[in-house]
Ligand binder design. Structure first.
Ligand SMILES: C[S@@+](CC[C@H](N)C(=O)[O-])C[C@H]1O[C@@H](n2cnc3c(N)ncnc32)[C@H](O)[C@@H]1O
Length: 286
């Protein structure tokens, strides 16, 4: 007997169905890119950052103004550098990340530091697996420029913070003039990059989320282009494109790429402009 063709019933399309599908497809594709990039970057990233940038970490602690009784959440914790630094100064830290390979690095780093007051959680910044009003302080570093919608992440960070608690974002923040070219070359270097916001745009996100901004600070983060490229996994041919852009930049003496690139003894040194914003979640009635 010939098999009968199965009947496919098409549900009528409602307005918005397609765009919801397109959005969730985009989000899934981006999560897959994050997973791929940061599984590969876990080892070099942990090596580069585990024992460096103590000044920036101290600046984060100062800006967050945490105390010994505080419970802290580190969103997109990567190899746990920020989490472990905070853990030495507070009661407990939870580190959350989307990528298992990063959390593996974080566990190793925690063991090396002999810290018992840290726990690790797999999850996404868009849907934090915690009850509302759980943490005294919620922090994140070097992450907003990887998020498709940093506004959602900030609102989630606010939700899980206690009233009166602190939400600290530390990220690269190019100025308005260089933002576009900065984002272009960073996307060449790291396909999981979305968009670095300016300091003003980040502040606006906080206002839109209903947060108060009692403290903010700036600094720059020095790096060496070749070291950076050695720990990155750009598409074939893109590393050469980036080198050509920086050759042109340093020869012309311009700052179009937004990282104050300069050539010294054959090396190209760069400085990422960083911003730290410490918001307060208002208490009810305030
Ligand atoms: C550049 S690393 C920064 C790691 C760490 N915050 C630090 O400063 O050392 C970015 C991290 O963001 C994580 N990440 C990206 N998108 C995420 C998401 N949607 N939810 C949770 N983590 C995410 C990546 O897996 C990666 O570990």
């Amino acid at each position: 007997m010939k098999p009968r063709p199965s009947r496919i019933v098409l549900a009528p399309m409602r307005p918005g169905d397609l765009s919801m599908d397109a959005q969730s497809h985009k989000a899934q594709m981006h999560d897959a890119e994050i997973l791929d990039q940061f599984t590969r970057q876990a080892e070099p990233f942990a090596r580069r950052h585990a024992h460096s940038n103590d000044e920036l970490l101290q600046q984060m602690v100062d800006c967050a103004a945490v105390g010994p009784d505080d419970r802290v959440l580190d969103v997109a914790c990567g190899p746990g550098v920020v989490s472990c630094f905070f853990a030495k100064r507070v009661r407990h830290v939870t580190g959350l990340d989307l990528v298992p390979a990063m959390l593996e690095k974080a566990r190793t780093f925690q063991a090396e530091q002999n810290l018992a007051n840290v726990t690790w959680k797999l999850g996404s910044c868009t849907d934090l697996p915690f009850a509302g009003e759980t943490f005294d302080c919620v922090v994140t570093r070097f992450s907003f420029h990887h998020f498709l919608d940093p506004g959602i992440a900030l609102r989630e960070m606010k939700r899980v913070a206690k009233p009166g608690g602190t939400i600290l974002v530390c990220d690269v923040a190019p100025d308005e003039e260089t933002q576009e070219s900065f984002n272009r070359w960073e996307l060449l270097r790291d396909p999981s990059h979305t968009r670095a916001l300016t300091g003003q745009e980040l502040e606006e996100l906080g206002r839109a989320a209903g947060l108060e901004l009692p403290r903010r600070s700036h600094c720059s983060l020095a790096s060496d282009l070749e070291n950076l490229l050695a720990g990155s996994f750009p598409k074939p041919g893109y590393a050469e494109k980036i080198r050509a852009l920086f050759d042109e930049e340093t020869q012309a003496g311009t700052n179009r790429l937004g990282v104050a690139a300069r050539r010294t003894e054959g090396r190209i040194l760069i400085a990422y402009p960083m911003v730290l914003l410490a918001w307060r979640k208002p208490k009810p009635g305030n």
